[in-house]
Design a protein around this ligand. Sequence first.
Ligand SMILES: [Zn+2]
Length: 380
Amino acid sequence: MHAAGMIRGQQGLQHFDQPPPNMRQPEEVLIRVKEVGLDGTDHGIVSRGTPDIMEDADRMVLGHEVVGVVQQVGAEVTSLSPGDAVALTVRRGCGICHPCLHNQSDMCMTGLFTERGIHQLDGFLTEYVVDQEQYAVRIPPELTRLAVFTEPLSIVEKAIDQIRIIQSRLPWTCPHPEHSFQSREWGGCKTALVVGAGPLGLLGAALIRLSTARTFVADILPDDSARARLVRKLGAHYIDARGKAAEDIIAACDTQAAGLNLILEASGAAETAVRLIPHMSRSSIYVMTGIPRGELAMQLDAGELVRQVVRYNQVVVGSVNSNRTHFEKALGDLGEVNSRFDGLLNDMITHRFSLDDCHKAFELTASGRIKSIIEVDPWD
Ligand SMILES: [Zn+2]
């Protein structure tokens, strides 16, 4: 069986053969991989060349955004049948902490979790995979062709969930307080800034745009770039942040005197991420999802920063990974995101490769790609 990933001691994505997986437990399912999406994490693993391989293994299959079709189910599987399309969650809990024991391994307290295709466990850039029923989320038939976006959308669903939970501290900002968790008009968000117009930034902006919030999206690409065009397709405003300091980005947001209620950081640009904090408005929330690489020393006025965060009741929160409930929310929003924004998800796919050619996806420049899809077994 063909697979692609990293081999210890070798640079770049490698192709290799490995035996097909066997079902060993009655709660497992065998899945034919259909499509795998690539993201910045995959590109980072390949470019850094230091994959996080299990200690007793010499290789790790890459890929963590997957849609596949169930081939076979174990005797104790009740919610899935052969022929069902499924997306698989990524993180496998530590088995020790309360969150992991209650289906919230995205909030693991020990850090002893593993992640398929990222952290010690084989991923999905291969032909067949076996996993437990609890990690396989059934895809409604009408969504199978969009379902490769379930995992990335689940990441921003979790981030938005965090915002809703935290900003429920402002119950008067919601038109129907009793429905504050269902309402699109959450947390009193009138003006939002999304930093980064990569897949997560675009999907985050799309979820924000399902509300009526005015949304600005900043990235270091020109106004006529594909990403800027997709931002405008969302009804959001694009800011070309090349050469701009944080205060210039804020100045480019027409906040109509009310200030920014929400900042969603999805670029991993550490200095910009921190320099935006002083521009938060009262009771606002700032969610960071981008993970910077390397070290960055910078000077800032810590006294002013702490004074501001305290006096203005501000929240800066990090959000990583997602759990099954966020996958289910993503499936609830996938169709609407694509139809309301006129084929946004289809337009985000800039490249498609076969499994044999998937190494070519890693030769693309960051500015030339948005989302690459590896068609392991193309849909009919
Ligand atoms: Zn845990």
